[in-house]
Design a protein around this ligand. Structure first.
Ligand SMILES: Cc1cc2nc3c(=O)[nH]c(=O)nc-3n(C[C@H](O)[C@H](O)[C@H](O)COP(=O)(O)OP(=O)(O)OC[C@H]3O[C@@H](n4cnc5c(N)ncnc54)[C@H](O)[C@@H]3O)c2cc1C
Ligand SMILES: NC(=O)c1ccc[n+]([C@@H]2O[C@H](COP(=O)([O-])OP(=O)(O)OC[C@H]3O[C@@H](n4cnc5c(N)ncnc54)[C@H](OP(=O)(O)O)[C@@H]3O)[C@@H](O)[C@H]2O)c1
Length: 483
């Protein structure tokens, strides 16, 4: 990488794009951020009223930018917006953000730079930069299933991202499609205002509680190092991991079975007829979601209905399910997830890094065939702000030449190894190549190793058993005391 290069275009002013811009500016680059929306913050910019961070604030956040003391433990979206605004202001990147500027083309030039074409208020403009770093997010293009009969449906059909508040649901029969965090959050949010709320699930994932047995916060499990040893071993397992997942694998299976029983009991899944039909391991390493604390209780009380079925078609006043039932509906809300949009990259570029499993990049950030290009925020972890700030730091140090990348062949081999590893246990889905979840810590360890820094951020046993907080990486992302 050329350490002399100066200008960088960053796509996206969400958590990842802001961390990228802040860090690259800190390392002396001239940064501009293109943001399609009219505000910064990405998913936190404009969302439903009850949205809040799933993790305690000491876990979700930029390592070197503490939350204000008065912020609630689980920060509501409005606090996240203020937090991101203050971060951008403090680190001098607020005035580097071009709002309402959608990148429509990003093309490498013949002299090794990147030409960015943006659309702003109907006008197009173009500029060249030495680097192009994209942070378009993984959850910003709504995924809407296609059903027959929607044209004559007399009610309303919306995506979870279009739900804002109770006014949209007052006195209505609401059918929610999907069974993950958005579906459950919104069901709980509207239960007092809607006439009825029914959640449709085609599959049931294992829920992770905010507090295990209502007593112990889940970060004890999700953010400590010791549970990562029970997950499928990281790409090149050491001797201990091979032994644990070889001769001792019965013990590992027992460990996860124990959690199935625990969660089943805590959420009364059998009584609610909501026992998942797959092992918990598949969900924890792939589709992990933290259930809103009140959801299963409201299902138990009958305030929220559930159906294990799918919509077959829409009728004038409701939806016909595949089990034959007609559910009355005034509002159908699709909490059916998200799609990616990389349409600003030409197909011949995209084909080198993207397929049905998602993005395939070295360390989830770079590709030898695309010099000057990087992705930050292309991995799904369990505290993304820390993860993306660490990616940004790795990238800035890499651009500056502070550590050497392996050869192109070695990078490609590593990408292939990651692909194979990922496919060996993550269920098929559009972004399975980009899932980290419980493997977030081993991934951060790799970044620390690359940067020549000490990956264990705590002494001895504490490193195994005390949950990692974002501030454990503060010196790294601040660039003050990196070792
Ligand atoms: C409802 C919801 C709640 C979540 N809650 C949590 C949570 O509690 N904890 C957690 O760890 N993670 C959570 N996540 C995951 C969340 O996506 C990350 O925490 C993080 O906010 C993502 O930041 P990002 O910058 O990668 O993406 P985004 O926030 O999606 O930001 C991407 C930005 O890029 C812009 N953009 C995209 N394409 C273009 C283009 N062509 N030109 C210009 N701009 C463009 C978008 O407008 C957007 O502002 C949640 C996700 C969702 C959808
Ligand atoms: N901070 C918060 O409070 C908060 C709130 C919301 C979301 N989030 C995060 O945001 C991310 C996205 O969550 P999400 O809930 O929006 O999406 P999601 O996790 O992708 O879940 C989508 C749901 O829709 C179902 N589905 C998809 N297509 C369907 C179809 N055609 N018919 C029927 N069902 C269909 C899926 O079922 P299958 O499992 O069968 O595919 C799944 O249950 C997650 O990481 C989540 O943790 C956080």
């Amino acid at each position: 990488m050329d350490g002399e290069a100066k200008s960088i275009a960053v796509l996206g002013a969400g958590v990842a794009g802001l961390a990228t811009a802040k860090t690259l500016k800190q390392y002396g680059y001239d940064v501009i951020i293109y943001e399609a929306r009219s505000a910064l913050g990405g998913v936190w910019a404009n969302n439903y009223r009850s949205l809040c961070v799933l993790e305690p604030k000491w876990v979700y956040g930029y390592p070197d930018w503490p939350w204000p003391r008065e912020t609630p433990l689980y920060p509501p979206a409005s606090h996240v917006r203020d937090y991101l605004e203050s971060y951008a202001e403090h680190f001098g990147i607020r005035d580097r953000v071009r709002l309402n500027a959608r990148v429509v083309e990003a093309t490498p030039t013949n002299d090794g730079r990147w030409r960015i074409v943006a659309e702003s208020n109907g006008e197009r403009d173009s500029a060249e930069y030495d680097y192009f770093v994209m942070s378009p997010g993984m959850f910003n293009l709504k995924k809407m299933p296609d059903w027959p009969g929607t044209e004559t449906f007399e009610g309303e059909l919306i995506h979870s991202s279009e739900f804002r508040d109770g006014e949209q649901v007052g006195g209505k029969n609401v059918v929610i499609v999907g069974f993950s965090r958005s579906a459950m959050d919104i069901a709980v949010d509207i239960v007092d205002e809607a006439e009825s709320v029914t959640v449709l699930h085609r599959s049931i994932r294992w829920p992770v509680p905010e507090k295990i047995l209502g007593l112990i916060r889940n970060h004890v499990l999700l953010f400590a190092r010791w549970p990562t040893h029970f997950a499928p071993p990281w790409i090149r397992p050491g001797r201990a991991a091979r032994f644990l997942h070889g001769p001792l694998r019965g013990g590992v299976n027992l460990f996860w079975k124990f959690f199935e029983v625990l969660l089943s009991t805590q959420f009364r899944l059998k009584q609610h007829n909501l026992v998942p039909d797959r092992p918990i391991k598949l969900d924890l390493f792939t589709n992990l979601y933290i259930a809103p604390p009140r959801f299963f209780g409201l299902v138990g009380d009958g305030a929220i209905g559930t159906r294990h079925s799918e919509i077959e078609s829409f009728e004038n006043d409701g939806v016909r399910l595949t089990n034959g039932e007609l559910l009355p509906a005034d509002l159908v809300l699709c909490a059916t997830g998200w799609r990616h949009d990389y349409s600003f990259l030409a197909p011949d570029l995209l084909v080198q890094i993207y397929d049905a499993d998602g993005m395939h990049l070295y360390r989830h950030m770079l590709h030898p065939a695309l010099p000057g290009f990087a992705l930050v925020g292309g991995v799904q972890g369990i505290n993304s702000a820390t993860l993306y700030a660490m990616q940004a730091t790795w990238l800035a140090r890499c651009f500056k030449g502070e550590f050497a990348l392996p050869s192109a062949e070695e990078q490609l081999a590593e990408i292939e190894a990651l692909k194979a590893w990922n496919r060996s246990f993550v269920t098929e889905r559009p972004n399975r190549a980009q899932i980290l979840n419980l493997h977030q810590l081993p991934y951060l360890d790799d970044l620390m190793d690359d940067m020549g820094l000490e990956k264990r951020r705590k002494p001895l046993l504490a490193d195994q058993f005390v949950p990692y907080r974002s501030m454990d990486y503060a010196a790294v992302t601040a660039g003050t005391n990196p070792s």
